[in-house]
Design a protein around this ligand. Structure first.
Ligand SMILES: Cc1cc2nc3c(=O)[nH]c(=O)nc-3n(C[C@H](O)[C@H](O)[C@H](O)COP(=O)(O)OP(=O)(O)OC[C@H]3O[C@@H](n4cnc5c(N)ncnc54)[C@H](O)[C@@H]3O)c2cc1C
Length: 328
């Protein structure tokens, strides 16, 4: 029997988990990813002083379906049930220890490792940015930025963030679905400083979270000194998205140093990353995915359901079921 050919745009968690579901159900799947690696917003940046996880810091698995999906990766050690020292700093600068009332997970090693483990199973073309798709006799065909035709498919699925999906599929999403940005600052701190927590959530206009990268690794010599990742609130990022990036990095560093009473000369700015589409305050109402069989196109991603890794999985899982129902 002829296999249905499905193109998936994006090798983040939604693209990879959807690909797995479809391949397991005998679809012929090809993924196109614009970056050089997989993971999307669950990824790591390589720097001269080691890796920084500059997107998601950890994730939870609260639904039974997601728990079932991650179980084999937990069992084989790709994912670990992480128990960081978790702190909360209130507006006045007082710390309290935060207890997580549900398990959280990170990949062993750096954030990209889980995506890499999943990606081994599929055909992925990296460094290809999809510009648009159009309807044809078979279903849909895909074009990259240089107008190269990337083939005909029975269905094209975009898992790119909402504004990028709108452009690729030439659709208009409800206005409420807006994605907001975040700055991720990579800092190096002299080892003589002691920070009492692995993760700190701030009650602050500018800063949202600090994460000690050394607490997430083992065996990487370069990580012995403290690599620190600091992320802003979405609201602060949105207010400062177009400002000078070196100025943003300096302001974040100064504010972080002041919050933790660290002498600023102990902090070295390694890099700043600007996420334009970090999270979705109001996801797609009532729909877990978009499926337009007559146009041979579909979309899924965290922005359909929420703002988290688990939302990305749940959206992809729901779309996967719909695709299987439709074609089988
Ligand atoms: C700073 C930050 C902190 C976060 N913290 C947490 C957290 O602590 N816990 C949590 O659960 N979640 C967190 N998240 C959210 C989490 O990372 C996302 O919900 C999840 O990774 C989204 O997965 P996705 O597959 O839907 O999208 P993505 O990971 O964005 O994947 C989409 C992929 O599509 C690719 N793409 C886009 N356009 C094109 C194109 N034209 N052609 C080809 N490829 C394209 C992108 O390169 C990307 O790889 C955070 C996100 C950010 C940015």
């Amino acid at each position: 029997m002829k296999k249905q050919k499905i193109a998936i745009i994006g090798a983040g968690l939604s693209g990879l988990s959807l690909a797995k579901r479809l391949v397991d159900n005998h679809f012929d799947v090809k993924i196109f990813e614009k970056s050089r690696g997989c993971g999307g917003r669950m990824s790591s940046k390589r720097t001269d002083v080691g890796y920084f996880d500059h997107g998601a810091q950890y994730f939870s698995a609260q639904s039974e379906m997601f728990q079932k999906f991650i179980k084999p990766y937990v069992d084989d050690g790709t994912l670990i049930h992480w128990k960081p020292k978790f702190g909360h700093m209130d507006k006045a600068g007082a710390f309290t220890t935060k207890e997580m009332n549900y398990p959280i997970y990170i990949p062993k090693g750096r954030m990209t490792h889980w995506a890499k483990a999943m990606a081994e199973e599929f055909e992925i073309e990296y460094g290809v940015e999809i510009a648009h798709c159009s309807k044809n006799a078979r279903g849909s065909c895909l074009f990259d930025q240089n107008r190269n035709n990337l083939g005909d498919y029975d269905l094209v699925v975009s898992t790119a963030p909402a504004p990028q999906t709108e452009k690729i599929l030439n659709i208009e999403l409800p206005n409420v679905v807006q994605m907001v940005g975040c700055y991720a600052l990579m800092l190096r701190c002299n080892n003589s400083i002691s920070i009492p927590f692995d993760i700190i959530r701030f009650e602050d206009d500018m800063l949202d979270i600090m994460s000690l990268q050394s607490a997430r690794r083992d065996g990487d010599i370069k990580d012995q000194a403290m690599n620190i990742l600091v992320q802003t609130t979405n609201m602060w990022a949105e207010q400062h998205l177009e400002e000078d990036q070196s100025d943003i990095a300096k302001r974040m560093t100064a504010h972080f140093a002041e919050k933790l009473s660290i002498p600023i000369d102990k902090l070295e700015i390694i890099r700043l990353h600007r996420w334009l589409y970090a999270s979705t305050p109001t996801p797609l109402a009532g729909l877990d995915y978009i499926f337009e069989p007559n146009a041979a196109m579909a979309a899924c991603g965290d922005w359909c359901v929420g703002s988290k890794v688990e939302a990305a999985f749940l959206s992809a899982a729901a779309l996967g079921e719909e695709i299987i129902r439709h074609f089988k």
